[in-house]
Design a protein around this ligand. Structure first.
Ligand code: ARG
Length: 254
């Protein structure tokens, strides 16, 4: 019997080694050796990442381009849904998560984050003339969100009737087609996507404020430390602000 238990323990230990526990993020040296940083993104989030002419462009692409240039590596972008980005980073399938990712305490249990470079907010979007004027009016209402986002988590916690969609555009479409009463999404993306028309308005009252950062798997500590140095410099010398300004001056209106 003892022998059997020992054997079973051995088998379990070997299994864990080859699954989750074994996956580690790349070190700085490993990324330099590979000559590229493999970046996972959900490019349905203007102005941070969106597709234009078949290419992923946006504020975060510009920032990551500068970071990769400093590191002396190429950047390789892989597209997927937002919830897959988070899973892919946690399991070290990709080197870096770039998706307007909110760096919160919950996620910090599962992955590493760079220093934040922007303080975002969740906003409520409704149809013009809606009787929803603020957070308090959401009680008992149906709300669309993107799957796996902080909006998804927050709205479920608040007890709203949540409909989650893998693609951000579908979360918006649920509101325009009247399937839900409100759409909860990040502030700058809301501004950009509401500008497309469709008679939507963004409510004044914010749901939350939350910092954006780039995500990495555990094991990439020295890589993150190096990127933090580069990112901090880009924040302090005004480069990040300039990049934001290039996308839309409306973002800087109080
Ligand atoms: N900031 C939110 C979060 O981290 C939403 C991010 C959605 N990003 C995207 N590329 N669709 O949960």
């Amino acid at each position: 019997m003892k022998k059997f238990i020992a054997l079973a323990l051995c088998a379990i230990m070997t299994l864990t080694m080859f699954t989750g526990c074994g996956a580690k993020g790349k070190t700085l040296d490993e990324v330099k050796e590979a000559g590229k940083l493999v970046i996972a993104t959900s490019p349905d989030f203007p102005p941070f990442e969106t597709i234009e002419g078949g290419e992923v462009v946006g504020i975060e692409v510009d920032i990551m381009n500068l970071i990769c240039k400093e590191l002396g590596v190429e950047l390789e972008i892989v597209q997927m849904d937002f919830d897959t980005v988070l899973v892919g980073i946690q399991s070290a399938k990709y080197d870096c998560g770039m998706s307007g990712i909110t760096a919160n305490e919950d996620r910090k249990k599962n992955m590493l984050f760079t220093v934040p470079y922007y303080e975002a907010a969740q906003v409520i979007v409704v149809k013009e003339g809606s009787d929803i004027k603020g957070k308090a009016d959401l009680e008992g209402k149906s709300v669309s969100v993107q799957t796996g986002t902080t909006a998804d988590e927050g709205c479920k916690e608040a007890g709203y009737n949540v409909q989650a969609f893998a693609a951000n555009a579908d979360a918006k479409a649920a509101l325009t087609t009247g399937k839900v009463d409100a759409w909860v999404v990040d502030n700058l993306t809301a501004i950009q996507m509401v500008e497309e028309g469709d008679g939507l308005v963004i409510l004044e009252e914010k749901m939350t404020t939350e910092p954006y950062a780039f995500a990495f798997a555990f094991g990439s500590e020295d890589l993150v430390a190096e990127i933090d140095k580069i990112l901090t410099k880009l924040i302090e010398d005004g480069t990040i602000e300039e990049i934001f300004a290039n996308y839309d001056e409306t973002y800087f209106k109080p």
